[in-house]
Design a protein around this ligand. Structure first.
Ligand code: 13P
Ligand code: SF4
Length: 311
């Protein structure tokens, strides 16, 4: 038997077992678009950071299995404290979220005593607790526009998303120097080379990319925005400047269209750390659980709820 066939048989058996355990546990499986295809296939809901937060807030399941990274599972635990929240790979952190701590933020805030802190959802619960409102890449412009023009804004932690917002909104924003190592890898030269190889393709990039990359794009959008644009566009070919996991959903949702990664190196190892085996183990053992201490949760919840109230 060939290796691929053996894996396929193993995957099918695991998927069946996951389905059975999921029902037994009354669990819901949430997956981000950057997860492995086989994880997206077994998930009840696949979405971007904003859609997944909304799902976590409204689900009536007893257990939320979050196939994503740590801050996502933490947000689910903040929004649904009475539920068991599982992160199948405990070490799946987000390096960008780790680029600012609550202590860093407290210190930074002390130089701007009346500023409003907007935190990207890619932050720890402690940082959210120190912030006034959260945002994702799908709603950041709406969130910033909802703040009064007099407000002095501190934005954490993504400098690339911060630069993008500053251009979109004409607001004076102080931005922390963090970045996503996966998106920040994409260079101007990568885009120029991809355009040369596929001259009739549109370039769609995520706003976590560098400003000089964003400048070359035909469309800048969050993962759900990229999917929507590709579905609705009359174009047939697209170069995709975000984590390559999204190509699975793009091909699924847009049959007959062609998608090329802007650079195959755009792989987030943390997003890929969740496997069917780990998902299965997590459902079987109800571990690893993600919890947030009540005093942090209460404050972080305010930032998330304020964001979710903005339609
Ligand atoms: P969105 O899915 O919200 O666009 O986020 C991208 C990302 O990097 C998540 O880690
Ligand atoms: Fe964090 Fe970037 Fe990975 Fe998203 S893709 S989890 S922002 S490192």
């Amino acid at each position: 038997m060939l290796m691929d066939e053996r894996n396929l048989g193993k995957h099918d058996r695991l998927k069946e077992e996951i389905k059975r355990l999921k029902e037994q546990r009354r669990a819901v499986i949430l997956s981000h678009y950057y997860q492995r295809p086989e994880i997206q296939e077994v998930a009840d809901f696949v979405g971007d950071s904003l859609e997944l937060s909304r799902q976590a807030a409204r689900t009536d399941a007893q257990v939320i299995v979050f196939c994503g990274v740590h801050f996502m599972a933490e947000s689910a635990a903040i929004l649904s404290p009475e539920k068991i929240v599982l992160l199948p790979e405990e070490n799946a952190g987000c390096p960008m979220a780790e680029m600012i701590t609550a202590v860093d933020l407290e210190r930074w805030k002390s130089s701007f005593p009346r500023a409003t802190v907007v935190c990207y959802v890619n932050t720890s619960a402690e940082v959210k607790a120190q912030s006034d409102i959260a945002c994702t890449s799908a709603n950041v412009v709406k969130v910033i526009s909802a703040l009064s023009p007099e407000e002095n804004i501190l934005f954490v932690p993504d400098k690339n998303l911060g630069a993008y917002i500053a251009r979109q909104t004409d607001r004076k924003i102080h931005v922390w120097e963090g970045y996503c190592p996966t998106h920040d890898k994409l260079t101007r030269e990568d885009i120029l080379a991809a355009r040369q190889e596929h001259p009739d393709a549109l370039v769609l990039v995520h706003p976590e990319c560098r400003p000089e990359v964003v400048e070359l794009a035909d469309q800048v959008a969050s993962t759900s925005g990229i999917l929507r644009f590709a579905r609705e566009s009359a174009a047939k070919k697209f170069i995709i400047g975000t984590e390559t996991g999204i190509l699975y959903q793009l091909s699924k949702q847009c049959p007959g269209k062609e998608f090329y990664p802007a650079a195959p190196k755009m792989i987030c190892p943390n997003m890929k750390a969740t496997t069917l085996e780990k998902l299965h183990r997590s459902l079987a053992t109800l571990e690893p659980k993600i919890t947030v201490p009540p005093e942090i949760r209460e404050k972080a919840l305010k930032s998330l709820e304020r964001m979710l109230a903005i339609v």
